[in-house]
Design a protein around this ligand. Sequence first.
Ligand code: F6R
Length: 236
Amino acid sequence: MKIIVTDSKENGSTEGFKLFEKSINNGAKVIGLATGSTPVDLYQEWTESNLDNSDLISINLDEYVGLTSDNDQSYHYFMQKNLFAKKPFKKSYIPDGIKAINDPQGASDDYNQIIAENPIDIQLLGLGQNGHIAFNEPGTPFDSVTHEVKLTENTIQANSRFFSKIEDVPKSAICMGIANIMAAKEIVIMAFGENKADAVKKMVEGPVTEDVPASILQKHDNVTLIVDNAAASKLS
Ligand code: F6R
């Protein structure tokens, strides 16, 4: 794993953006994208760049079950707001969280088919504090493909601040599996801030174990980790 340590999230995001730019200039056509706070600056840089997305396909990691794309908590909405509105792709795929209300397996199968037909050239990831990648929490099998993930009571409680009542908080998500992520030809994972330092250490220096989903990235031959000093602070 190649590691780039920067002095700030902004500079780290610039490094991340440069990797996407280089890969796209070298012919990458299918781009795996993430949501969350980590990629926001990278997306801003992308929207301000000359990069042309009109010949590219994007594939996102995950989506909540039951939120329509106009719900401001949905990942469809997030991607529209942060990237797609200004830099539309030829085609953008995000799991179908509405189909998944009644048919989570069908929505997952559809997504696996989409990924099989459009192998991901370069995948962006954020890192959870417990080492999760996408919604793949500790214990998720390394050979998992797109599947429905039941959110923990903790996550539902934490998310409830974004909704008017707790019943509106999604109870599950559709999420790419670890095997889908590992199949990407190149992976860029970014982590910023002290609260990611433990997860970064376990991911990079710990044993490869399903207890730390991101540790599997040690087995991928083209991964770049971008961290700020705080997130890198526990690395030996
Ligand atoms: C995002 C995702 C999550 C986040 C992770 C880090 O699509 O699947 O795994 O990457 O939870 O979140 P932030 O970036 O908000 O710290």
